[in-house]
Ligand binder design. Structure first.
Ligand code: ATP
Ligand code: MG
Length: 389
């Protein structure tokens, strides 16, 4: 339900700024811009208003998460008021409807819609712009790389009251924050400690897709059997992760994507691995059953937008292993072996028991079983697997 506390009190009129956006995630550029606008435009408050489903932009985090982050960022900032009016409305969000709803809640208020210069070029396309212009004026903030002249030309729209402020936005964007999270970097400097912690603890922005979207893609890419195996690996890796100091969201994502290239034709796997994975040798390139691991790393990066090195490396190493395996590498390697859907084979239960207490011991046990199996068939175990022993 919409929080009605934004309602203006007993007929008193307020000067209310509205900073709308996807806030995916909210960052210091937003907060500093809102505070500067509060001061420069003598506003009583700025409503920080995350959009529900914007018509022209795909959101990476869900509605509730974006609102939660807005609340964290506004906490303790006098005059900044989170507003959930769009988050609680179904369907696509149009500013015209939002302003009408705000008008009903705050009939006496004078509204100023605060907008970054980069967002100006879309203004002529906003649904119901004439009606919008009757309900609010606009105040424009500059953003790095923005050219004032062309922005002023874009803002010259009949009947629309646009003022250019001298407020210089910080060189920060949500896209920048998302990219850094995906690369495994700390984003406290960009978004503040609380929002950074929220992103970490909810596993946001690790790749370009949400889990339901990833599952849809995997369903199309994999056989039914492989798909359920994948879920088993993801669940196992997630369940065991914290015990061995591995971030549970990263472990789950690596588990979900470890076999993402499994159904790719051999020729194509060979090609993308030769082109993109320099540390692959002839023995790997010649072996169809192991090639899906380095190919999976390429596909996870290319088709799912994974940039986190730890996740990519774990996918790359999940069949053969490698030198200096990390806890994450070992976790995915072992989870692939022991997930609940695996058909029973001698030694499996021992490895399962070992994995509950020592992931590296379990990894060595898996490598031993693989090596014994390969040798029994008159083949040579790969040096990368031998290195695990
Ligand atoms: P993305 O990178 O996903 O496009 P963003 O950083 O542009 O995100 P939005 O949620 O799209 O953030 O922005 C909401 C509003 O805040 C827009 O009007 C935008 O122009 C403005 N804004 C965003 N970042 C800044 C900034 N650093 N300085 C000033 N205004 C900003
Ligand atoms: Mg933007």
């Amino acid at each position: 339900m919409t929080d009605l506390s934004i309602r203006s009190k007993g007929g008193c009129s307020m000067r209310t700024g509205i900073l709308g956006g996807t806030f995916d995630p909210i960052h210091r550029g937003h907060v500093e811009a809102a505070k500067a606008a509060l001061e420069a435009l003598s506003l009583d408050r700025v409503l920080v208003l995350p959009s529900g489903q914007p018509p022209y932009k795909r959101c990476h985090a869900g509605r509730q998460a974006r609102l939660d982050m807005v609340k964290l960022a506004c906490d303790g900032e006098k005059g900044l008021v989170p507003c959930d009016i769009e988050i609680n409305r179904d369907g696509e969000s149009y500013t015209v409807d939002t302003l009408k709803a705000l008008r009903r809640l705050c009939p006496e208020d004078e509204f100023t819609y605060i907008i970054g210069a980069d967002a100006l070029n879309s203004l002529p396309k906003w649904r119901g712009l004439d009606e919008i212009a009757q309900m609010t004026s606009f105040a424009v903030l500059s953003r790095p790389g923005w050219d004032r002249q062309s922005a002023e030309a874009q803002a010259a729209l009949p009947g629309v009251n646009v003022t250019f402020t001298d407020i210089e936005g910080l060189p920060i964007s949500s896209g920048m924050a998302r990219t850094r999270v995906a690369a495994g970097e700390d984003v406290s400097e960009l978004v503040g400690k609380d929002v950074a912690e929220y992103i970490r603890s909810h596993g946001l922005y690790l790749c370009d897709y949400t889990e339901p979207e990833i599952l849809e893609k995997l369903k199309k890419a994999l056989t039914v059997h492989r798909y359920y195996h994948t879920l088993g690996v993801a669940d196992t890796a997630e369940r065991l992760s914290e015990r061995f100091g591995v971030d549970s969201h990263r472990a789950r994502l690596a588990g979900l994507l470890h076999d993402c290239a499994k159904s790719m034709p051999y020729g194509e796997m060979r090609r993308i691995v030769s082109e993109n994975v320099p540390d692959t040798d002839e023995q790997e390139l010649d072996s169809e059953p192991v090639l899906h691991a380095p190919a999976g790393m390429v596909v996870a990066q290319r088709d799912y937008g994974v940039r986190d090195r730890a996740i990519l490396q774990a996918i790359r190493r999940h069949t053969l292993g490698g030198e200096d395996m990390t806890a994450m590498d070992a976790l995915i390697y072992v989870s692939d072996f022991i997930e609940p859907g695996r058909r029973p084979f001698p030694g499996l239960e021992d490895v399962r028991a070992l994995a509950e207490v020592d992931i590296f011991a379990a990894m060595r046990a898996c490598a031993r079983l693989t090596t014994d199996y390969v040798t029994s068939r008159g083949q040579k175990s790969h040096p990368k697997t031998m290195a695990l022993l």
